[in-house]
Design a protein around this ligand. Structure first.
Ligand code: GRF
Length: 201
């Protein structure tokens, strides 16, 4: 069995950053080898993920999406060309979306074919898009879960790598369900990467 080439990964995150943190801790513990997290890109100046990156001494870049928003809408193409410039400079083999709250456009997806992963808090193809946990509760589902999938141009629609599920409790709210789901998301992302690592072998 040959040695697998080091796989450089950049994480894109907008918010709190718990999935980012779980991936970094897994990398440092040597459990998602050959992936190496070489940087974080965030579109939000106040993202918790940025602070985590600094604490872990992982290079972090802000590509602020705010200036690209106006009453006329979001200037996605200019924002994405900034993001693409940044990604091109970092030269990752993989991009891991971890609570990245913007939809990636076709140019970036085409630049990293089958090399972009996302974690989504539902059992896809159910409940795509925002507030998936609330969607599951509102739909009266008994089971919720999370999915790690490849990113394609179809929102939350790319091939699924791994899913894990848990029971929705009768008194679950969006908040309690999201909280119980989070550790499962972390676990699923790590196992999905372990699975991909085996396929690279
Ligand atoms: C997670 O629920 C993830 O599935 C969704 O956004 C949330 C991000 O949480 N895409 P965190 O920033 O990783 O803590």
């Amino acid at each position: 069995m040959g040695k697998i080439k080091r796989q450089k990964a950049v994480v894109l995150a907008s918010g709190r950053g718990s999935n980012f943190e779980a991936l970094v801790r897994a990398e440092k513990a040597g459990v998602i080898s050959p992936f190496e997290i070489i940087g974080l890109i965030s579109n939000q100046p106040d993202s918790g993920a940025r602070e985590l990156a600094r604490n872990f001494c992982i290079p972090e870049v802000l590509v602020n999406s705010q200036p690209f928003k106006s009453p006329r809408g979001f200037d996605r193409s200019h924002y994405e060309s900034e993001l693409l410039k940044c990604l091109t400079a970092l030269k990752p083999d993989w991009i891991f979306l971890a609570g990245y709250m913007l939809v990636l456009g076709p140019e970036i997806i085409a630049a990293f074919p089958k090399r972009i992963l996302n974690i989504h808090p539902s059992l896809l193809p159910k409940h795509r898009g925002l507030r998936a946990q609330k969607q599951a509760i509102d739909a009266g589902d008994r089971i919720a879960g999370c999915s790690v999938h490849y990113v394609t141009e179809e929102l939350d629609g790319g091939p699924i790598v791994l899913q894990k599920s848990l029971e929705i409790l009768p008194d679950d709210t969006e908040e309690t369900l999201s909280k119980r789901l989070l550790p499962l998301e972390h676990e699923t992302y790590i196992e999905a990467l372990q699975q991909i690592a085996k396929e690279l072998n």
